[in-house]
Design a protein around this ligand. Structure first.
Ligand SMILES: [Fe+2]
Length: 295
């Protein structure tokens, strides 16, 4: 999922208990009552869920499966050329279905023997501390709805395609999974809001929008790029900067647009050495020092 509010449609519960997803006027599904009902029903499943209950199962329609089939096929071609090797290796092991939307329970079952990660249902935005904290337990919050059928290659929000194609292939890699867990441990270790924000920004510029150099050019490993049909084609032309904790933790970014500043981790090893090490050891004091010293 994405971590910031603007991206998610707010989810409210009416006085009579009805769950309502407040789509904005520019949302492709805004004027489609059938889609609105669908979104409300799927959000309701996550709202009703409690720890200990089985993961909510969504009965996806043929139209919804068709969107998955189309986007999945388009992304697969682009991934072969532009996704980092470690991500592709994760995908080989996970073997996500290309012909139907998998249930989160199904993806969790496939991840269990690989890295032990499993999904938790989210109706929409999950508070930062909760979202990141549970990563240290090998849990990942995900939404289950799919984008509107009128524009299958675009979504203003993180949908099941982002959550599963973007994140699960990385969560199937023991090396990426260790980084997700380390981010979670960092989120649990820090207390101040500033430090948590710093940890989440580093996550944003790595596990959501990270790129790394490989022998045949720059590749993406961030879930936000790899689940976006448009962004995959654009990332090589963005302003590519070297991996730098201070800059990642403080640079301005607009999550409603393509990310124009990206950080090249150099390699998987360097990502682990710099970012993994940071998440494994940071605390309020070390982040405060980093901010004070300007890197
Ligand atoms: Fe995400």
């Amino acid at each position: 999922m994405f971590e910031e509010g603007q991206y998610f449609a707010p989810v409210n519960t009416d006085a009579d208990g009805t769950v309502v997803v407040e789509l904005g006027e520019n949302h492709p599904g805004f004027a489609d009552p059938e889609y609105r009902d669908r979104r409300n029903a799927i959000a309701g499943l996550a709202m009703d869920w409690e720890p200990g209950l089985p993961m909510p199962e969504v009965s996806y329609t043929d139209t919804e499966h068709e969107i998955w089939r189309l986007v999945s096929a388009e992304l697969a071609v682009k991934h072969q050329a532009l996704a980092a090797k470690e991500y592709l290796d994760g995908g080989e092991r996970l073997k996500l279905p290309a012909d139907h939307i998998p249930q989160l329970a199904e993806v969790s079952e496939a991840l269990a023997p690989l890295t032990g990660f499993s999904y938790l249902p989210a109706a929409g935005l999950v508070p930062l501390r909760e979202f990141y904290g549970v990563l240290s337990d090998g849990k990942f919050h995900a939404t289950q709805y799919i984008r509107h059928h009128s524009v299958p290659l675009y979504t203003p929000e993180p949908d099941v395609i982002h959550e599963v194609i973007g994140h699960a292939n990385a969560l199937a890699s023991p090396r990426f999974a260790a980084l997700y867990r380390a981010a979670g441990e960092a989120a649990r270790r820090v207390h101040s809001e500033d430090a948590l924000e710093f940890v989440s920004r580093v996550f944003w510029f790595t596990l959501e929008f990270g790129v790394m150099s490989e022998k045949d050019g720059l590749k993406a490993y961030g879930a936000g790029i790899l689940s976006s049909y448009g962004e995959i084609d654009e990332f090589r032309g963005m302003n590519i900067m070297p991996l730098d904790l201070y800059t990642m933790g403080t640079v301005d970014y607009d999550i409603t647009k393509y990310q124009d500043k990206l950080f090249d981790a150099g390699s998987m090893e360097q990502l682990e050495d710099v970012v993994g090490e940071f998440w494994e050891t940071c605390d309020d004091a070390s982040i405060e020092r980093l901010l004070a010293e300007g890197g």
